[in-house]
Ligand binder design. Structure first.
Ligand code: SAT
Ligand code: MN
Length: 586
């Protein structure tokens, strides 16, 4: 009798017809073999092995450099279950349409069977997935991003308790590219792309889209959130989870070197992208990081913005679509070193100033979490870390103050549900346009977002001491378009204010949108920032917020009757508070 896993592999092989099947065990020897093969066929380009040991550059097809949300589908029986913010196809139609693209797709290629665990190997909250792929780059990346190979097979045994994922590069033609999720049967199909979020199926496909569906059914939460620990001067660590859209600084915040280290405040990294959170037996909300590595945006990363990752990527790292210098070191816009003569751009062409960016704006590093000096000693705790604060944020040139605190769990859910951010290069499409992105989950929620808001609302009362919910905006600009807040390591000052609020020490001003710090309650010593700039950073302009609340109301109309009443109430209550203050201040 074959096991469910063997059946999945056999069926996939029958469909895709690979010339060879390799079961990945996750060992060093296997990794060396994969790298050697990829160096041979040009998938990997060797970097300077003195300064970047075991590290390689991969250049993807130039038409395949970011997530493609327009080609990503949630395939549920009922369209309403996918909701108005997801692309939908009926499961039978989706399979009919896409099966032919898999038929014979692996002819002449090797099929890699990649069993993996999302989450610490021994955590009861971890999940097993199996990705079948014809991309050695995907197999090597999955080895960094998950617990791959033996750990997964040991956990799985003969059971059928895994999320199967079938992936093929296909012909990389965007017209034949589909990323399909079948949450009802917990199945993933991805064809035509080798790019991270489309192809590393453990990440956005399993750990967010499929997991969010499972989490709703099983009363836990799968969120697009970093997890960090803030250590105070007494050595106590308080954990926080924060949701920002892709390429808005989650990795840098999670790995931050604190500007208040001289006062005893340090940041420890638990995760940089995804949090799985459950209600523990003591009523706390506890989070695990399902991933084992960081898939971070390279441009803008340097010794100031993320010194920890700059140390981490010096070995065992896969770089994708960065430039390479004459001494075979990776290079990107915003790295510490100035561009040098003889650089080759991300497409493999000689680079000259004025010939466009040397590194693709969404170029990435894939690095084992264990290599970060900031990694928390609790990052693999099977029960997870207790979360005291949830933070939402986005890129907003105007409107949102540096930080505010919601009044209650329900109000906090409303704050998350009304998040908006300017788009980035992490997804294809126009960059810099503002769009609503509730909880930073718009591209990642595997079901109707109205039900997702309902799930969030329902989780609060299950918690004994629900975490406080905050909103931050590091990206507010002045009249000249200059960022008003220095960001990066200085963001610890905002985290400290949150900690002080949690512990009842910091003052705040009540505003219609929530509680904003009084200028004196922020720890600003050592930072030169004028009082005027600070006032601007903390300002809540009722007129702007009235317009925002109207836009929010329009966005919510999409969900019709399915929108939870509590969310409508919060929206109306905000409108009332805003009108009152704007009358008073006139
Ligand atoms: O491409 S990924 O989805 O893995 C990264 C991101 O866009 O958040
Ligand atoms: Mn992400």
């Amino acid at each position: 009798m074959s096991t469910p896993l063997e059946n999945f592999v056999e069926e996939s092989a029958r469909l895709t017809k690979p010339s060879k099947i390799v079961w990945c065990d996750g060992s060093e020897a296997e990794n060396a073999r994969l790298a050697a093969n990829m160096l041979n066929d040009g998938t990997f380009i060797e970097l300077n092995q003195k300064t970047y040991k075991n590290s390689y550059l991969h250049r993807s097809n130039p038409n395949d450099v970011a997530r493609t949300e327009n080609l990503t589908f949630i395939c549920t029986h009922k369209k309403e279950d996918a909701g108005p913010t997801n692309n939908w196809m009926a499961p039978s139609e989706a399979k009919e349409k896409v099966r032919p693209l898999f038929a014979g797709a692996m002819k002449g290629r090797t099929m890699y069977v990649v069993p993996y665990v999302m989450g610490p190997a021994t955590s009861p909250y971890s999940k097993v997935g199996v990705e079948i792929t014809d991309s050695a780059y995907v197999a090597a990346s999955m080895r960094i991003m998950s617990r791959m190979g033996k750990a997964a097979l040991d956990r799985l045994g003969d059971s059928d308790n895994f999320v199967p994922g079938l992936h093929s590069l296909g012909d990389l033609n965007p017209e034949r590219r589909f990323i399909l999720h079948f949450p009802e049967e917990k199945l993933i199909w991805s064809v035509g792309s080798g790019y991270g979020g489309n192809a590393l199926l453990g990440k956005k496909c399993l750990a967010l889209r499929i997991a969010s569906w499972m989490a709703r059914d099983q009363s836990w939460m799968a969120e697009h959130m970093l997890i960090l620990g803030l250590e105070d001067s007494s050595g106590k660590v308080t954990y926080m989870a924060a949701a920002f859209p892709s390429a808005c600084g989650k990795t840098n915040l999670a790995m931050m070197v604190s500007a208040l280290e001289n006062q005893g405040y340090r940041v420890w990294t638990v995760g940089d992208d995804i949090a799985w959170m459950h209600v523990a037996s003591d009523g706390t909300l506890r989070a695990i990081n399902p991933e084992a590595g960081f898939f971070g945006v390279a441009p803008g990363t340097n010794a100031k913005t993320n010194p920890n990752v700059m140390t981490a990527v010096n070995k065992n790292t896969i770089f994708t679509n960065v430039a390479i210098t004459e001494s075979r070191e990776p290079w990107w816009e915003g790295i510490d070193a100035a561009p040098s003569d003889g650089m080759i751009n991300w497409k493999g062409e000689p680079w000259t100033p004025g010939s466009g960016p040397a590194a693709q704006p969404n170029s990435r590093y894939t690095v084992p979490a264990l290599q970060s000096p900031s990694l928390s000693s609790h990052w693999e705790d099977p029960e997870g870390v207790p979360i005291s604060a949830l933070i939402f944020g986005g890129r907003r040139a105007r409107l949102a103050p540096l930080v505010y605190e919601s009044n209650s769990w329900q109000h906090g859910v409303f704050v998350g549900a009304t998040m908006a951010s300017e788009t980035t290069a992490a997804a294809t499409g126009e960059v810099g346009v503002s769009r609503r992105d509730p909880m930073a989950m718009l591209p990642f929620c595997g079901y109707n977002m109205a039900d997702y808001f309902g799930h969030w609302l329902a989780m609060g009362p299950k918690l004994k001491n629900p975490p406080k919910i905050f909103h931050v905006n590091w990206f507010r600009q002045d009249a000249n378009g200059k960022f008003m807040w220095p960001g990066y390591g200085e963001n610890v000052r905002v985290l400290k204010w949150m900690l002080d609020r949690i512990e009842g020490r910091a003052a705040a001003t009540e505003t219609p949108i929530g509680n904003v710090p009084t200028p004196a309650s922020l720890t600003l010593d050592g930072l030169s920032i004028s009082r005027d700039t600070l006032d601007d950073l903390l300002r809540v302009d009722s007129g702007d917020w009235i317009a925002e609340d109207e836009a929010v109301g329009k966005f919510f109309e999409k969900f019709g009757d399915r929108l939870p009443a509590a969310i409508c109430q919060e929206q109306k209550a905000l409108a009332t508070r805003l009108t009152r203050t704007s009358v008073v201040t006139k």
